[in-house]
Design a protein around this ligand. Structure first.
Ligand SMILES: [Zn+2]
Length: 155
């Protein structure tokens, strides 16, 4: 089997757990929501769609740190009642093969390229973006809502 050239980075467990803890305090910016429709709430920790009836925490996450022009904080979901971190880090998550935009950043957090996956293979898009030696990482986001989904690094 061909080794993939990339490494999928789910939201760190410490951040997911901290969000769950903060939500329990009733913080207004950490909402606990019961999912009512499929494919509406992607969990950034296990990298699967939360299923209807499952509870998620909705909170702001800083995907690109402050102090640079492309800094970005936006809303993300994690399962509220715990889940396992995504483990198949050399495989693209099957739940997010469509409806995603791929943004390539350089090591100074500048966006240097972007591509929408529209029926093409996400693995091919990622490999194309990493062919540019300037690409430090690729952030995968929702093409409709714009929300951060996960990061991809070079293997
Ligand atoms: Zn989850």
């Amino acid at each position: 089997m061909k080794r993939s050239s990339f490494h999928i980075v789910p939201l760190p467990t410490e951040i997911a757990d901290a969000a769950r803890k903060t939500a329990k305090t009733g913080a207004r910016d950490h909402a606990v929501i019961t999912v009512d429709s499929p494919e509406s709430s992607p969990c950034r920790h296990c990298l699967q769609w939360a299923k209807p009836g499952e509870r998620v925490v909705l909170f702001p996450y800083t995907a690109i740190p402050s102090g640079q022009p492309y800094c970005e904080t936006g809303p993300i979901f994690v399962h509220a009642d715990g889940c396992k971190p995504y483990g198949a880090t050399n495989e693209y998550p099957t739940d997010f093969r469509s409806g995603r935009v791929f943004r390539a950043y350089d090591s100074n957090y500048n966006i240097i390229d972007a591509q929408v996956v529209d029926g093409s293979e996400p693995e091919v898009v990622i490999e194309n973006l990493f062919q540019n030696p300037e690409t430090a990482f690729v952030d995968v986001r929702s093409v409709t809502r714009g929300c951060f989904t996960f990061r991809v690094q070079r293997a």
